[in-house]
Design a protein around this ligand. Structure first.
Ligand SMILES: [Zn+2]
Length: 104
């Protein structure tokens, strides 16, 4: 299975680490709603078809990606940064990019 990283291009899945179900919404950290926390920690979808997943390119640029993968065929229909374009790399990536842009 190949995942196309927006930074690095198509790479084998062995370079990526599955980070979990991309459909979960974390409750407010101050919340004491135990049912909401229990659902966040334990409830999982198990779809036969497209599934929204979070993957990290741990063997490459380390960016977190939102991947839509068909669980029956492993076909990937969408790959995007979890936090929007360029924000998935954090401040280090932004600083490096600004530095490169300053030189041009
Ligand atoms: Zn990458």
């Amino acid at each position: 299975m190949l995942i196309t990283c927006p930074y690095c291009g198509p790479r084998d899945v062995i370079e990526f680490t599955y980070q979990g179900d991309g459909n979960r919404e974390r409750p407010d950290p101050a919340s004491q709603n135990f049912e909401a926390w229990n659902a966040y920690v334990y409830d999982r979808l198990n779809p036969a078809g497209d599934h929204n997943e979070i993957w990290q390119h741990s063997g490459g640029c380390r960016t977190h990606l939102r991947v839509v993968r068909n669980t029956l065929t492993h076909e990937i229909s969408s790959v995007a940064f979890v936090r929007g374009d360029h924000q998935g790399r954090g401040d280090h990536g932004s600083a490096a990019r600004r530095k490169a842009e300053d030189k041009s």
